[in-house]
Design a protein around this ligand. Structure first.
Ligand code: GLU
Length: 469
């Protein structure tokens, strides 16, 4: 039997990191089993679906390594509507489903409870099809439905506690629960690996498989992803869109490595490992069923490590979208013609060790490309003290006299200016840094001045001096 797994997102919003995690787990499982990964876009909720969300899912999957053309699909649930209706009709004809025209109020009036499920009123009333009549599945009165789940063992659900649930609405349209089963069936899916949130649906879905006469798939419900307060990650509260992480400058390799650690770990005391190791070592059966904490701080630290491990040339390339404002990434504060890739390449190795996310490159190098630096006023006030004006005068004079404009000479020259006033280098360089870059922190100063060049450095120092008059 060829293993066939599917990832079945609904295009109702930005692609969620939890979805990306499930997609990767499906992807690896298929690869390990020599199976097939199917992408199915569940687009039958017409009110909430938008084509751009589908495109967002495809491009996000591509970004984390599930590239277009390397899987089966995308198939669209809406294309299978005929099969969904045919299955509903078969269930009715075989007596496994019946029509019902009760409203919620009718059921509540009969049961006297607002919370109770459907009471089976039309089970044996032979209502027959008609407008406004929903089709309900006749659940067994006895026995139990045992779900075979690779992660959770055998969750068992008593059938008498499962109400006669709706499978097609009053307008004849099949509900999601049925469409999802019929799609898995027609696509020959053998393993359903999906989020824990769907576990409550699973006994109902398995009853549908049985009633339609097909052996159900093996299930694997992967843990819910939670924030630091142990709340399920939600788009209203948390940063959940994979695209948001991409735009902030997370590397795809760091992201997918981190996502695979939600509920699982590679052998030894390792967390940061090459993708090939994850593909080899990952075991779906070893995934911890408890909620998985999505720790953004840890992800940032991971990303910093991945950035530092890049060859410099790759780091330079990886930064370009933020330096040029490509695609959906916000444009940098300088004019495009002011950007100089060679100047950037000269400071890139210094920047590479300092970033946690690639977007942080912009404030680190903006001094190089802006006509005049963006002055952080708080930093200015904190740094420019009594004596700063004179110090800048002396530094300008000493820099003007320099024969060679290089980091070494700049450093020893400024060191000497400070020593004359009994100042350590740290104190001496602070006003120069703020004058030239506008900030108190940033790349190593003397290398920065070397790349910025004599003329621009001196112009900025003189301008700062004038402000201090
Ligand atoms: N379309 C469903 C969702 O996005 C997935 C259902 C499934 O995986 O079975 O939550």
């Amino acid at each position: 039997m060829t293993v066939r797994v599917r990832f079945a997102p609904s295009p109702t919003g930005m692609f969620h990191v939890g979805g990306a995690r499930s997609a990767l787990q499906n992807w690896i499982y298929a690869k390990q089993q020599g199976g097939v990964f199917v992408l199915r876009v569940e687009d039958t909720d017409a009110a909430r679906n938008k084509p751009e969300w589908t495109e967002g899912i495809l491009s996000a999957l591509d970004w984390i390594g599930i590239s277009r053309g390397s899987y089966e699909g995308p198939h669209f649930q809406s294309e299978n509507a005929g099969e969904h209706r045919a299955a509903a009709a078969r269930l009715y004809e075989s007596g496994r489903a019946y029509y019902c025209d009760c409203t919620r109020e009718d059921v509540q009036a009969r049961t006297g409870s607002q919370y109770q499920g459907y009471d089976g009123y039309h089970r044996d009333r032979d209502l027959g099809p008609g407008p406004g009549r929903a089709l309900r599945f006749r659940t067994p009165d006895e026995g139990a439905t045992v779900v075979v789940d690779l992660i959770r063992g055998e969750p068992t659900f008593e059938n008498r506690l499962i109400e006669d649930f709706v499978i097609a609405r009053g307008d004849g349209s099949p509900v999601f629960l049925l469409a999802n089963v019929v799609d898995d069936m027609t696509m020959g899916i053998t393993h359903v690996i999906r989020a824990e949130e769907h576990l409550p649906n699973t006994p109902k879905q398995q009853l549908l498989w049985d009633a339609l006469g097909v052996k159900p798939p093996v299930w694997a419900h992967v843990p819910v992803v939670v924030n630091e307060k142990r709340q399920k990650l939600s788009k209203r509260r948390d940063k959940v869109a994979l695209e948001a992480y991409r735009e902030e400058g997370y590397l795809a390799d760091a992201m997918r490595n981190y996502l695979m650690l939600l509920g699982w770990a590679p052998s030894g005391d390792r967390e940061i490992v090459p993708w090939s190791v994850i593909e080899e070592e990952f075991r779906l059966e070893e995934v911890n069923p408890s909620p998985a904490f999505f720790d953004e701080k840890k992800l940032r630290a991971f990303n910093g490590e991945y950035i530092r491990a890049l060859p410099v040339a790759e780091f330079i390339d990886a930064c370009q979208p933020w330096l040029t404002g490509t695609g959906t990434i916000a444009p940098p504060p300088w004019q495009p013609e002011e950007y100089d890739v060679e100047a950037f390449a000269a400071v890139a190795p210094l920047a590479q060790t300092r970033l946690a996310v690639l977007s942080e490159i912009v404030p680190n190098v903006d001094f190089l490309f802006l006509a005049s630096p963006l002055i952080d006023e708080a930093a200015w006030t904190k740094t420019m003290k009594d004596g700063s004006a004179e110090l800048l005068d002396d530094a300008v004079a000493a820099f003007e006299a320099l024969e060679s404009w290089d980091a070494e000479s700049l450093k020893s020259t400024l060191e000497a200016v400070g020593a004359d006033r009994g100042l350590k280098l740290g104190k001496t360089q602070a006003p120069v840094r703020v004058a030239v870059t506008g900030r108190t922190i940033g790349l190593p100063l003397f290398e920065s001045l070397e790349v910025l060049g004599r003329e621009r450095t001196l112009t900025r120092m003189r301008a700062a001096r004038l402000r201090l008059v």
